[in-house]
Design a protein around this ligand. Structure first.
Ligand SMILES: Nc1ncnc2c1ncn2[C@@H]1O[C@H](COP(=O)(O)OP(=O)(O)OP(=O)(O)O)[C@@H](O)[C@H]1O
Ligand SMILES: [Mg+2]
Length: 464
C-alpha cells in the first residue's frame, strides 16, 4: 500500500485529503505542521509528501527545501492557493514534483498523486555506488555524488535534467537512470531535439493521422507514444524552438498529447529525461528558453562535472578505454607509460571523456607494442610539446625520448628497437629509399638492414 504524508495546519483540509486519498486506496498519515512532519519522515517510510505552503512556523517551501536535501527522491506535492501562482512557480523551482491548487479539484488531485506515486519504490536499492554503474567510470567525489543522485532518482517518476559540457557522459547517465528505473523493461527512446526540423517536430513527437498533411499517407505514432510506459530522452533540449517549447510544456502539464490532424486526445505515461550542454538559466535570462518548462523538466537537476574537475579519474578511465579498445581492435596494448599518463594529467580536455576516449582509441590503433607512449597521444598540446622536443634535439627530424623514468618504463629492448626503427627510417629517407646506401650510412650490412626492415615492418618512407 502506498503511504502518503499530508501536512496542513487546517484541520478541515487534512480531513478532506485524508478521506479522499484513503478512498483511493492510499495509506494516509497527517501532520499539523512541518516540525511534526519531519519527525514522522524520520521514523517511517513514505512514498509521497503533500504539504500546504502557508503554515505557522516552518513554511511548506522551507519543508520542501529540507526534504530535498535529506531525501531528494521523495516526491513532494505542494498545495497552493489559486490566487497565488507565484507560490506554485517557487515550489516547482525548488524541486516540487507538482502542485495542486485550492480550491481543490478532485480529478486534478487524483491525477497528480497517481503520477507522483507511480513507480516509486518501497525500498531504495543498497548496492555499492560505483559497482552499480559498471560502464560509468569514476571514483572522484564529484562522480560519487552523481551516482548517488542517479541511484536515488532512478526509481522515482520525477523528470530529470542532466547538464554539463559536451562529452561528459550525459547520454550514458540518462541510460543508467532508465536502466535503474521501475520501467527499465519498457522503451528508452532518445530524441535529438536539434536533429528534427521545426516543421516536422510536432508530427515526430506526437504522431499524425493519415491525410493530416501532404505526405501523411498512414497514421504514424510519435516518439512520445513509442516511449509509452518508459523513458523519453530529450537530448539537446536547449535547441528547441519557442513554439515547440510551448507544446512540450503543455504535454508535461497535462500528460496528454494530440497527434497532428487528430481531435482525439491521448493520455501518455512517459518519464522525461532531458539533457543539454547549455546553461539553461542563461538561456532563460536571454529569453530563449521558457522558465516554466525548465522547472517542469528539471525536477531533479544533475550536473555532470567536466573531466578537468575530476582529473583523479583519468588513470581509471585510461585503463578502462585501453581494455575496451585493445579487445575491440584485437591488440595487446594494456599499459600506458608514466610519462604519457603525466601528459594526459596535464591536459585540460576541452572535449572531456569523449576526447580522452578518442585519444586512447587512436593510441591503441596506432601502437605496435603493448604500451602507450607519449608520441602515440594525438592531442593538440602534446603535438606542440613534441614539436618543441624535436627542435631541441638538433633538428634530426625525429623526436627522442629524454626522460629516464620513461625509458625504464618502456624497457631497454623496446627503447633500442625504437631507436633502430627511427634511425633506419631516417636513413631510408636520406638515401631516397636505397637499402644499399642506407646500410652504408648506418654502418651495417645490407643483409642486416633487410632483416631489420622486415622485422619492424618498415614501409618504404615517402622520399624527399
Ligand atoms: N564516466 C564515463 N565512463 C566511461 N565512459 C564515459 C564516461 N563519460 C563519458 N563516457 C564516454 O564518452 C563518450 C561521450 O559520452 P556521452 O555521449 O554520454 O556524452 P554527452 O555528455 O552526451 O556529450 P554531448 O553533449 O556532446 O552529447 C561516450 O562514448 C561515453 O561512453
Ligand atoms: Mg549527448
Amino acid at each position: 500500500m502506498i503511504s502518503i504524508l499530508v501536512v496542513d495546519d487546517e484541520c478541515s483540509m487534512r480531513d478532506f485529503l485524508s478521506i479522499l486519498l484513503t478512498k483511493e486506496g492510499y495509506k494516509v498519515t497527517t501532520a499539523p505542521d512541518a516540525q511534526t512532519a519531519l519527525k514522522k519522515l524520520d521514523s517511517a517510510d513514505y512514498e509521497l509528501l503533500i504539504t500546504d505552503n502557508r503554515m505557522p512556523g516552518i513554511s511548506g517551501l522551507e519543508l520542501l527545501a529540507t526534504v530535498k536535501e535529506q531525501r531528494p527522491e521523495l516526491p513532494v506535492v505542494m498545495i497552493t492557493a489559486f490566487t497565488s501562482p507565484e507560490d506554485a512557480v517557487l515550489a516547482m523551482k525548488n524541486g516540487a514534483f507538482d502542485y495542486i491548487s485550492k480550491p481543490f479539484n478532485v480529478d486534478e488531485i487524483k491525477s497528480v498523486i497517481a503520477s507522483a506515486t507511480r513507480n516509486t519504490s518501497q525500498n531504495a536499492p543498497t548496492e555499492n555506488l560505483s559497482e552499480a554503474f559498471p560502464n560509468i567510470i569514476g571514483t572522484s567525489k564529484e562522480m560519487l555524488r552523481v551516482f548517488d543522485l542517479v541511484r536515488r532518482v532512478a526509481p522515482t517518476p520525477a523528470n530529470v535534467l542532466i547538464y554539463g559540457e559536451s562529452g561528459t557522459g550525459k547520454e550514458l547517465v540518462a541510460q543508467a537512470i532508465h536502466n535503474h528505473s521501475k520501467v527499465a523493461a519498457n522503451p528508452f527512446v532518445p530524441i535529438t531535439c536539434s536533429a528534427i526540423p521545426e516543421e516536422l517536430m510536432e508530427s515526430e513527437l506526437f504522431g499524425h493521422i493519415k491525410g493530416s498533411f501532404t505526405g501523411a499517407i498512414h497514421d504514424k505514432k510519435g516518439l512520445f507514444q513509442e516511449a509509452e510506459g518508459g523513458t523519453a530522452f530529450l537530448d539537446e533540449i536547449g535547441e528547441l524552438t519557442p513554439i515547440i517549447q510551448t507544446k512540450l510544456l503543455r504535454v508535461l502539464q497535462e500528460r496528454e498529447i494530440k497527434p497532428v490532424g487528430s481531435h482525439r486526445i491521448q493520455q501518455i505515461n512517459v518519464r522525461f529525461i532531458a539533457a543539454t550542454n547549455r546553461i539553461l538559466e542563461e538561456e532563460i535570462s536571454a529569453g530563449r528558453f521558457r522558465e516554466d518548462l525548465f522547472y517542469r523538466l528539471a525536477v531533479v537537476p544533475i550536473r555532470l562535472p567536466s573531466l578537468r574537475e575530476r582529473k583523479g579519474d583519468v588513470p581509471l578511465l585510461v585503463d578502462y578505454f585501453l581494455k575496451k579498445y585493445s579487445t575491440l581492435l584485437g591488440k595487446e596494448v594494456r599499459e600506458i607509460s608514466s610519462y604519457a599518463l603525466q601528459i594526459l594529467m596535464n591536459y585540460d580536455f576541452p572535449g572531456n571523456v569523449r576526447e580522452l576516449e578518442n585519444i586512447i582509441e587512436r593510441g591503441v590503433a596506432l601502437e605496435g607494442s603493448n604500451i602507450i607512449l607519449p608520441e602515440n597521444l594525438t592531442l593538440p598540446q602534446n603535438q606542440a610539446a613534441l614539436e618543441q622536443e624535436a627542435k631541441a634535439s638538433n633538428n634530426t627530424g625525429f623526436t627522442t625520448v629524454t626522460n629516464e623514468e620513461e625509458l625504464l618504463d618502456i624497457g631497454l629492448e623496446q627503447v633500442l628497437a625504437r631507436i633502430e626503427k627511427q634511425l633506419i627510417r631516417h636513413a631510408l629517407v636520406e638515401t631516397n629509399n636505397s637499402k644499399m646506401k642506407a646500410a652504408e650510412l648506418l654502418k651495417i650490412s645490407f643483409r642486416s638492414l633487410r632483416y631489420k626492415v622486415k622485422k619492424y615492418s618498415i614501409d618504404a618512407p615517402s622520399t624527399k
